[in-house]
Design a protein around this ligand. Structure first.
Ligand SMILES: Cc1cc2nc3c(=O)[nH]c(=O)nc-3n(C[C@H](O)[C@H](O)[C@H](O)COP(=O)(O)O)c2cc1C
Length: 214
């Protein structure tokens, strides 16, 4: 019996690839063992406010003297951290927007990454250490090693840093690219690769969900 936190952030409710791949993972997680559960947080449909006060990056003991962040924002932060820490695994839908994360997902990161609480700082606090995190990314174009766009992906690396390096989670990346091949004429020749990558990513997500949820 294991619990999954399932995050989506695509602004495309109809055709999103990241949403279909995170759903394949969550469906397999539910089927993997009796009693498995999922909390689905849709960061696009129900967006979080940006953090209203920089003091929220720190627990109260590490804040500058006199810093008093709004109580409602602090309560929201506590509930988001509790939601994350109660999960045995997390799957994160992370489409590439302007070479980076959707701002809806970045807002969530800004609430949950708190040195000294979810990441080591003055104390060795890393409550999610060793738990699985699956990052599902979808990119309109391609970012192949050695290609002219190699290194332009600033979507996955910050999530690997936060979830993996800071929070200590075991990160796996499921990626699909050239998602715009069916709508951008200049990419039409890449449609077979685009479709093959989607099928591979769906199968990989289902396998991961079944294995990690068992
Ligand atoms: C606001 C916005 C910005 C985008 N920026 C990029 C980009 O910088 N590079 C890229 O390859 N694709 C870009 N795309 C295309 C998306 O990465 C692509 O459509 C992807 O499939 C989105 O994920 P989804 O299918 O889960 O919605 C952008 C799309 C949107 C809506």
């Amino acid at each position: 019996m294991a619990h999954l936190l399932h995050l989506d952030s695509s602004a495309d409710p109809e055709r999103s690839r990241s949403r279909s791949i995170t759903r394949a993972f969550a469906d397999a997680w539910i089927a993997a063992a009796p009693g498995n559960t999922v909390t689905h947080r849709d960061l696009h449909r129900d967006p979080l406010p940006h953090i209203p006060d920089a003091a929220l990056h720190w627990p109260a003991r590490l804040r500058p003297p006199g810093a008093v962040p709004p109580a409602d924002a602090e309560a929201l932060q506590e509930s988001l951290i509790a939601e994350l820490v109660s999960a045995d695994a997390v799957v994160v839908g992370a489409p590439m927007y302007n070479y980076s994360l959707p701002s809806s997902l970045k807002a969530w990161v800004d609430y949950i990454h708190v040195p000294g609480v979810t990441a080591p700082f003055d104390v060795d606090s890393q409550p999610l250490a060793g738990r699985p995190a699956v990052i599902v990314t979808a990119r309109g174009a391609s970012y192949d090693p050695g290609s002219p766009t190699d290194g332009w992906d600033h979507t996955v690396p910050p999530l690997q840093l936060i979830l993996g390096t800071s929070l200590g989670m075991e990160v796996t990346v499921v990626a699909t690219s050239l998602t715009l091949a069916d709508s951008v004429a200049a990419l039409a020749a890449e449609l077979p690769r685009s479709q093959a990558e989607l099928e591979t990513a769906l199968a990989e997500a289902a396998e991961l969900g079944a294995r990690l949820g068992a």
